[in-house]
Each structure stands twice: as structure tokens, then as C-alpha cells.
Design a protein around this ligand. Structure first.
Ligand SMILES: N[C@@H](CCC(=O)N[C@@H](CS)C(=O)NCC(=O)O)C(=O)O
Length: 218
């Protein structure tokens, strides 16, 4: 029996963590049910608690052989999907590229707190570039440096050659740089344009633009 996947995600305009495994699952060509829980609403916590033991989205429920299991956390979901669907090559085939892709995804997953706070994802909006403090500026510089270095080393369209989980992890950054008009060197600019042009990114963006936003954050 084929597994039945349900991906629990947050509001597409804001939920950068949800975008990552959603892109990985789309890239793997999987069919899955999407369960969107509106963030920043009075009942958000309560609704997430029903589907995710960590109280956060994304979470993936897999129903298979009469059992259901929930995997929470964006990186754990991507790893699980990569393991179950090796043919999708969600991690690069070459061991050195694979190790680098893992480092890139892990660095994003664990780092860049000031970029996440001060340049928060708000898909489709163009907002004034904020005055960046030292920590945020250093993190933006590191993001650009790691893109430039990976793009140069692998000479491909994506960070580690072909599209991988590393790209899923940096896709929200692409939208943040657009929203806050962060200037990029040519290779990074071209990379950002390639990510934005992916059919899956366009699909997510279109859905984000059609969302009803909360009148004020709660
Ligand atoms: N480390 C987690 C972070 C997940 C996370 O912070 N999710 C946010 C939405 S993007 C959330 O669920 N917040 C709870 C809330 O808004 O009540 C992951 O990688 O999945």
C-alpha cells in the first residue's frame, strides 16, 4: 500500500519553515494532502497542538499499513522524504556535494536568528529595507558568501549542482531578499531568479498572495 502523506503547514505568506519540506515533496513529485493552519490567529496554537507534538508546523503525518506516524520539524521531514524516495535525489548523489548540501541546510536550520527576526518572510510584499544592525548585516553577508561559494564550486544552477534540500532551505531567504530589496552579486541574483521561477515556488507564491491576512498580528 502506498503511504498517505498529510503535510501540516502554516500560512503560506509567513511560514518559511513550512515552505521547505513542501518544496522537497513537490520536487519529489509526491501527492500529498495539504493541511493549512492559519498562523497569528486566536486558535492557531490549539489547532497546531492537534497535529504536531512540538506545537509547531510543519509536521508530516504518514499513514501506512494501518498505522499513522507524525514527523515534526522541517529538516526531519526533508530527511524522511529523501530516505523514502531516493530516486528524487533530494540530497546530491556525489558524496562531497551531499556533505556540503547537508552543511548548508543545517546552518540555515540552526542559524541566522537576526535575519529571521528582522527580515521576516512576507511573500509578495515589497517593504522598506530596514536599517540593519551589526548582527543582521553579518548574517546577510554570510548568506551571500555561502551562496556565492557553493554556486561557484558546483557551477550548477542550484547550490550544490542540481536542486536539493539545501535549495529548499534557502528558498525563503530568496523571498526575504526580494521583500527587503537586498542587493545581490550577479551569481546570487541569477540563483534567486531561478528559485523564484520554479513551478513549485510560483504555485506557493500564488497561493500566498490569495490568502486572507489577519487584520493585526495576535
Ligand atoms: N525548527 C522548526 C521551527 C518551526 C516553526 O518555528 N514554526 C512556526 C511557523 S513558521 C510555528 O509553528 N509557530 C507556532 C505558532 O505560530 O503558533 C522547524 O524547522 O520546523
Amino acid at each position: 500500500m502506498h503511504p498517505r502523506y498529510t503535510l501540516h503547514i502554516g500560512t503560506k505568506s509567513f511560514s518559511s519553515w513550512s515552505l521547505r519540506p513542501w518544496l522537497a515533496m513537490k520536487h519529489a513529485g509526491l501527492s500529498f494532502t495539504e493541511d493549512m493552519i492559519a498562523l497569528r490567529m486566536p486558535d492557531t496554537k490549539q489547532r497546531i497542538a492537534l497535529v504536531s507534538p512540538s506545537g509547531k508546523v510543519p509536521a508530516l503525518t504518514i499513514e501506512e499499513d494501518g498505522r499513522a506516524q507524525t514527523i515534526w520539524d522541517s529538516l526531519a521531514i526533508c530527511e524522511t522524504i529523501a530516505e523514502r524516495h531516493p530516486e528524487a535525489l533530494l540530497w546530491p548523489h556525489d558524496p562531497a556535494a551531499r556533505a556540503e548540501a547537508r552543511s548548508l541546510a543545517a546552518e540555515m536550520h540552526a542559524g541566522f536568528p537576526d535575519v529571521r527576526k528582522n527580515l521576516s518572510m512576507d511573500i509578495g510584499k515589497i517593504l522598506p529595507t530596514p536599517e540593519l544592525d551589526e548582527a543582521t548585516s553579518a548574517q546577510v553577508a554570510r548568506l551571500i558568501a555561502l551562496w556565492e561559494s557553493a554556486l561557484k564550486r558546483y557551477g550548477g544552477e542550484f547550490l550544490c549542482g542540481s536542486f536539493s534540500i539545501a535549495d529548499c532551505f534557502y528558498a525563503p531567504v530568496v523571498t526575504r531578499f526580494e521583500t527587503y530589496s537586498v542587493a545581490l552579486p550577479p551569481a546570487s541574483e541569477a540563483y534567486a531568479a531561478r528559485i523564484q521561477a520554479l513551478p513549485s515556488m510560483r504555485e506557493w507564491r500564488q497561493a500566498a498572495l490569495a490568502e486572507t491576512r489577519p487584520a493585526a498580528p495576535v
